[in-house]
Design a protein around this ligand. Sequence first.
Ligand code: NAP
Length: 318
Amino acid sequence: MYKSIVIGTGPAGLTAAIYLARANLKPLVIEGIQPGGQLTTTTEVENFPGFTDGIQGPVLMDNMRKQAERFGAEFRSGWVEQVDFSNRPFKIRMEGGDTLEAETIIISTGASAKYLGIPGEQENVGRGVSTCATCDGFFFRGKKIVVVGGGDSAMEEASFLTRFASSVTLVHRREELRASKIMQDRARGNEKVQWALNRTPIAVVTDENGTVKGLQVRNNVTNQEELVEADGVFVAIGHTPNTKFLGDAIRTDEQGYIVVKPGTTETNIPGVFACGDVQDTRYRQAITAAGSGCMAAMDCEKYLEGSMVHDWSETLNK
Ligand code: NAP
């Protein structure tokens, strides 16, 4: 049985693991299908403090993992199917049948990319449709690309993809962009980026050979359908928190983000803590995730030494 099991290995989970391991709690860290989390699909990270010239996302995550290992954190890869929170110790059932037991659990499973849910999308994932510019941009050298979305992710992906593409058309369903001004300005200042605003995506279109040839959209001003020609469609419309495997036991909001006691990482179940994007609807930055990972580990330590008051869980469970 483990004193603490951390589920998820983004900046939140790995920071929690570093703190728990340094506190001699020998945590087990469960790595899912994308060890290192979202930053492993990023290139340059320029806003993580301490790296004057920036650092590559995968390098940053690899460093955090090694740092946790150095202090004795144990790693195990696999998929958590279900967690039984009804008795103590908590029981984590892994895909394949193994069950792990823990006195405390830190949930840091992050959030996954959202899809549009339109015809032609799912069947072409990995064959012209992608949610990860840094993973797949390389395959579209000299080709036309569409990026869907109006937030910071879409601006970032559009700007990044101009390194490879002959042109990038940004398709957004409204006239106004949600993205921050600096990210908008960067994309707008890039002559390879074209704009198809006020367009709602309807379908990913392929030719007779099944090769993606563009995105069918509805022009919301004229109400006419149009084809935005492209060899690749990159969907950058936000993320969904990875909380389905938790069932109903852990309190979440209507979007599925875990609800924590404000200013802490306490969930509605004493001994279960949440950190990083899985509980963050506002900031969702690597540094805020890492900070909340530190908080989760410290909350966990406090709980294990018996000095935590559980008034929050009582309030929340009423
Ligand atoms: P977001 O801010 O939620 O933006 C999602 C965009 O996708 C919105 O423009 C939304 O349109 C559009 N959208 C959502 N569902 C759609 C659908 N079904 N069909 C068409 N369009 C759809 O998500 P994000 O851009 O991933 O950013 C998430 C957070 O991460 C933000 O806080 C952002 O600041 C941060 N972030 C920061 C950086 C950076 O600073 N380097 C980079 C990436 C992300 P509407 O606007 O019409 O709702």
